[in-house]
Design a protein around this ligand. Structure first.
Ligand SMILES: [Zn+2]
Length: 120
């Protein structure tokens, strides 16, 4: 199945968002990745960055999280793990989207199969 490209908007080095197929993808830099760093004057580039990301959708007035770096989405296994760069965070979100779409389409197909539309 072919997927159209996902276009991110906002600041790709800090906080960005993409909307695709009814899903909202977000990636945000949460600051330094060194637990011992105060994030101020002593912060060094080699500490790296910690990026949060999430894939969610609004349904019936409620936000459903499909997957995210907090590990609490319906597709997640409970393990949290942020990304070390904006690029990595966006790739993680895009990969999660492709899984979410496949599952959504599978459920839609299963419903149609149950209704006999594809039956013989
Ligand atoms: Zn630091």
């Amino acid at each position: 199945m072919a997927f159209s490209p996902i276009h991110w908007t906002g600041d790709l080095d800090d906080d960005c968002i993409a909307r695709w197929c009814g899903l909202t993808l977000r990636a945000e830099c949460m600051g330094c990745n060194d637990d011992d760093c105060d994030g101020l004057d002593t912060c060094k580039p080699e500490h790296g960055e910690y990026w949060w990301w999430e894939v969610s959708a609004r349904r019936d007035g409620e936000w459903i999280t499909f997957a995210g770096s907090n590990g609490e989405g319906v597709l997640d296994n409970g393990k949290s793990g942020g990304a070390s760069s904006g690029q990595a965070a966006r790739v993680a979100a895009e990969n999660a989207v492709r899984t979410a779409i496949r599952i959504r389409d599978w459920f839609a197909g299963a419903k149609e199969r149950a209704n006999g539309e594809y039956g013989d």
